[in-house]
Ligand binder design. Structure first.
Ligand code: HMG
Ligand code: MG
Length: 299
């Protein structure tokens, strides 16, 4: 398989990037971040998460975020919706796309969304139906595809089963999440090989966290297999409250720099993206985890 000629970035910093931040981040900062990402040429932004505020307090202002967006033409503003309650609220706010999130690990499913994998799939079915009726596309996530904080190793076959269930249910794209960033390139390839037996490659996305510093190497490995949608987060922000120790997503700046070097098109302005990474980390008092962002800022 050859590298894709074009890659679409799914920018998850306003959601995955901020959901685990310990101190409150005001809505205006989130909106400014989303606006800057759009100005840098990002065309898909996960802007909010319609989950329980008791479970994830940082995402409690989901309605205000969706209502406050200055929508740019050509940009999709999406949100996570774990159940019908979340979807109905998101629809009221004019969401354009939503995502359901399941896991390849029973223990993680229980900790993250308080139900088994089978129960989660049963819960997603009406979300898919309702979204279809409202003409809203649904993305599906599978977490723990390269390891679980509670169960350890996860069999590629289990990832493939959950991914197939989401795809068969109507998810137009399935994003494969290395939630705790433990994967290595060979494991990532093997996992993709298992999933692609049931789902066309162009319907799959890679969502890699960088806890062990392997995310970019893992991405290179799966790009070589033909993956053409990559989830990333500016400045490498991110983490999941129910995956202790998990660090941020792969940094968007680093992904764009890698793709530029591979002559793969993204239509993203790297300097503007790097400025956004510098700005948001300074604003929320976090280290910038993008090596490219730090290098460009030092120039
Ligand atoms: P539950 O307690 O089982 O749900 O939580 P419930 O239906 O029994 O409801 C309990 C309470 O939550 C009720 O309120 C509901 O109204 C409320 P109360 O009567 O106690 O006041 N509730 C809601 N409130 C707002 N929005 C909703 C909603 N649903 C119920 N949609 C639930 C189940 C799924 C709600 C909960 O477990 C939850 O919110 N979990 C979210 C966890 C989360 O957001 N994790 C991070 C995102 S996943 C991730 O980061 C991984 C990813 O990046 C990929 C990767 O890296 O692998 C996607
Ligand atoms: Mg994630």
């Amino acid at each position: 398989m050859a590298f894709p000629t074009q890659v679409r970035l799914v920018e998850v910093s306003p959601r995955d990037g901020l959901q685990n931040e310990p101190s409150p981040i005001d809505t205006a900062t989130k909106l400014a971040l989303i606006d800057r990402l759009g100005a840098a040429g990002i065309t898909y932004i996960e802007a909010a998460s319609f989950v329980s505020p008791k479970w994830v307090p940082q995402m409690a202002d989901h309605r205000d975020v969706m209502a406050g967006l200055s929508r740019r033409p050509g940009v999709t503003y999406a949100a996570l919706t774990p159940n019908l309650k979340g979807l109905e609220a998101a629809l009221e706010c004019g969401v354009e796309e939503v995502a359901v999130f399941g896991a390849a690990s029973e223990a993680f499913s229980k900790k993250n969304i308080n139900c088994s994998v089978a129960e989660s799939l049963a819960r997603f079915a009406p979300v898919l139906e309702r979204a279809k009726a409202a003409n809203i596309r649904v993305r599906g996530y599978v977490s723990c595809v390269l390891g679980c904080p509670y169960e350890g190793e996860i069999a590629p076959g289990k990832v493939a089963d959950v991914a197939k269930a989401l795809y068969d249910m109507g998810c137009y794209e399935v994003s494969l999440g290395d939630t705790i960033g433990v994967g290595t390139p060979l494991a990532a390839k093997r996992m993709i090989d298992a999933v692609r037996r049931d789902i066309p490659m162009e319907k799959l996305a890679a969502h890699f966290h960088d806890t062990y510093g392997q995310a970019l190497a893992n991405l290179y490995a799966v790009l070589e297999e033909g993956i053409s949608v990559v989830d990333s987060s500016v400045a490498g922000l991110g983490g999941c409250p129910y995956a202790k120790g998990a660090s941020g997503n792969v940094a968007s700046e680093d992904v764009v720099y890698l793709l530029n070097g591979l002559d793969i098109e993204t239509d993203i302005d790297l300097d503007k993206l790097a400025d956004t990474g510098t700005w948001i980390t300074q604003t929320i008092g976090r280290p910038n985890r993008s090596k490219v962002g730090v290098a460009l800022a030092a120039k």
